[in-house]
Design a protein around this ligand. Structure first.
Ligand code: ACO
Length: 435
């Protein structure tokens, strides 16, 4: 491949008799990007790439994935090191600001978060009018949208101090909101956050503490929760993050942009897969289906059955997050003294899939959602809460990506083109003449 003087590939496009030279944006790691913007003006053609299989919507300095070899890094730091050595709020600061915080910076952030975890009584009222049967993701999206109504002083996306406040309010109030959604569904009174308890301790207590009782969980519980939040904290331009960025490109405020991300995440092909995995494993157990037989259904293209928690647009090898979660699942269940036959079924399903040509040829491996639900279940969360837990983890990534988008000097409002394939011009037909 010919190279220009800057070491990047030289890209020439031939359209009819014309030769067009396109610029290339350099990546520090991974794929460089052909700059397609001049194409329309120079040739009258546009690029068509449904599902963005081959299209970068932005440049970004936040997260790097190499899906061929299973690498995931936040701001250059390997996910394995962050999951082992860091805390969730430390990772949140890393993603949002770009550097690991000093001890003083982290403490100041934790203090700010601690101060803002409570929700006013007016805000607490909104949970009482939400239907008890509502899916928690529906209530979560609505509650986050309502933050824009409760905190008008933090809405201006172009005012750095308003953005800083919105960032803290979102991170601080999200665990309280999610715990309230759970308690409302259970018919239990809403609890207040306690100063001095850590982020995950407050969240777990506000979620699970029963009237008249103390909530106590072993260290392994909090460690696993913290690890899962870190593993979910960002994943570059996935469906929900791209939604957050696209909404933000219209200069919509942070809350309403993140609420759009929550909607995207709810889908079973995205964050909703963790709940779908548990339902799938339960279905296999309850109907005593042999995993090999289940795989026949999955491979049959006449059915719409998919092996949930398997496959990924970017990873064509083992998802590094899934590798960590798999080890964590076994350790947590053992430490909590939980025996869950769904874990054994998951092991068996994974083994059958990984030795099946269908999955091997398509390079389908377990993704992060395959084992997470088993840990959440051992902690006491019902399946409907799994995707809100994903959202709690993903929040710093959404915030970091939204903030990057807002200040991106190259960032125009997001507005894809289309290749129109509908009817050509035709005249309106009066009703009585239609057949
Ligand atoms: N089970 C069965 N077949 C699958 C699966 C699966 N889980 N995933 C992909 N395939 C097959 C497809 O049928 C297709 O086969 P074909 O070439 O014969 O038509 C081929 O593999 C390629 O699949 P695509 O759907 O084209 O891949 P894409 O990158 O568009 O989709 C996705 C990725 C949505 C994650 C897909 O693998 C899937 O549906 N997985 C199950 C849902 C899931 O676990 N989602 C969570 C993803 S991780 C996350 O969002 C946090």
């Amino acid at each position: 491949m010919a190279e220009a003087a800057n070491g990047l590939p030289r890209v020439r496009l031939e359209v009819a008799e014309r030769q067009l030279e396109l610029g290339v944006e350099r990546a520090t790691e991974g794929n460089h990007g052909i700059v397609m913007a001049p194409l329309l003006q120079e040739t009258g053609l546009i690029s068509l790439d449904p599902g963005f299989l081959n299209t970068a919507a932005c440049t970004s300095e936040i997260t790097y994935i190499d899906g061929d070899v299973g690498i995931l890094r936040y701001r250059g730091y390997p996910i394995e090191q962050l999951a082992r050595d860091s805390s969730f709020l430390e990772v949140a600061l890393l993603l949002i600001r770009g550097e690991l915080p000093t001890a003083g910076e982290l403490e100041a952030f934790e203090t700010r978060i601690d101060k803002h975890m409570y929700l006013s009584d007016d805000f607490r009222q909104i949970f009482s009018v939400m239907p008890r049967r509502a899916h928690p993701m529906a209530t979560l999206g609505a509650a986050i949208n309502m933050m824009a109504g409760f905190y008008p002083e933090s809405l201006d996306p172009l005012d750095p101090s308003a953005v800083s406040l919105a960032t803290v309010l979102m991170v601080a109030k999200m665990p309280t909101i999610i715990s309230y959604i759970y308690r409302r569904a259970q018919g239990n009174a809403l609890l207040y956050p306690k100063h001095g308890q850590s982020y995950v301790e407050n969240f777990a207590r506000m979620t699970f503490q029963l009237p008249g009782e103390q909530f106590d969980a072993p260290e392994v519980f909090y460690h696993a929760l913290e690890t899962l939040l870190i593993l979910h904290a960002d994943h570059e331009q996935n469906c929900s993050t791209s939604s957050v960025r696209l909404i933000g490109s219209a200069q919509a405020n942070l809350y309403m942009s993140v609420s759009g991300g929550v909607s995207a995440l709810s889908g079973p092909l995205h964050g909703g897969a963790n709940e779908a995995v548990l339902n799938m494993l339960t279905y296999i157990r309850d109907n005593e289906i042999d995993p090999k037989e289940f795989m026949t259904q999955v491979k049959d293209k006449r059915t719409s059955v998919r092996l949930m928690g398997f496959g990924h647009r970017v990873y064509k090898s083992y998802d590094p997050r899934a590798a960590i979660v798999k080890v964590e699942a076994a350790a947590v269940l053992e430490a909590l003294g939980v025996k869950d036959e769904l874990l054994d079924i998951a092991y068996e399903v994974e083994q059958v899939a990984l030795s099946d040509d269908y999955f091997v040829e398509r390079r389908l491996y377990p993704n992060v959602d395959f084992y997470t639900g088993i840990i959440y279940r051992a902690m006491g969360f019902p399946a409907s809460m799994f995707t809100p837990l994903f959202a709690l983890g993903r929040l710093p990534g959404w915030i970091a990506q939204w903030r990057e988008r807002i200040v991106d000097p190259a960032g125009k409002i997001g507005r894809p083109r289309q290749v129109y394939t509908g009817p050509g011009l035709r005249d309106y037909v009066p009703m009585e003449q239609r057949r």
